[in-house]
Design a protein around this ligand. Sequence first.
Ligand SMILES: Cc1cc2nc3c(=O)[nH]c(=O)nc-3n(C[C@H](O)[C@H](O)[C@H](O)COP(=O)(O)O)c2cc1C
Length: 189
Amino acid sequence: MDAIRQRRSIRRYEPDEIPPQVLDKLLTAVRLAPSGGNRQPWKFIVVRDDKTKAGLAEACRWGRFLGQALLVIVACGAEGQAAARYRKDEEIDVVYGEPVPKESEALEYYNACVTDLAIALDHLSLVAVEEGLGTCWIGGLGERIVKELLAVPDDMMIPFVMSVGYPVDWPDARPRKPLEGIICYDSYR
Ligand SMILES: Cc1cc2nc3c(=O)[nH]c(=O)nc-3n(C[C@H](O)[C@H](O)[C@H](O)COP(=O)(O)O)c2cc1C
């Protein structure tokens, strides 16, 4: 709860290095994340190289600060390996790492890949706080350019990346809706 309360999106970083054991802890938090059907349909690229970070900053319209971060974690997901839910003949079914049958109704289709990646990076963002590190999600990226830059195979998706580094400062908490605005009990009312 302390880490959840302290976490902020950090967009300005100090140049200090991250000790190897701290990086190891962050990556272990990623590794231990749950995923649909335990498929772990992911690979994470840790970008440390300055030139590559600058390339990423260029490719991320909403992440121009990426060049200053110490690390950028690029979350790559394989939808084809992830758990998927679909509807067939009035029945809800789940497949694990297999194509959804063509006859399924597209509207009911749900693939867990993005969810799985988000859980993993959320783990990382909270452990980072515990280590005095700041992070920021960046979903506003040019996926095709990022994939080219990092030689990511065509069948992988990159829904977001995350910057990591020691914050210049911890901004004030950004507002959240009050509990009564987002929680209801026993039905959607
Ligand atoms: C999925 C996702 C994508 C985001 N994409 C961006 C982004 O492209 N650029 C950015 O600066 N912040 C991005 N953010 C950060 C949000 O703007 C931020 O979490 C929100 O304003 C709340 O602020 P806080 O994280 O400090 O509590 C993203 C956050 C999430 C969860």
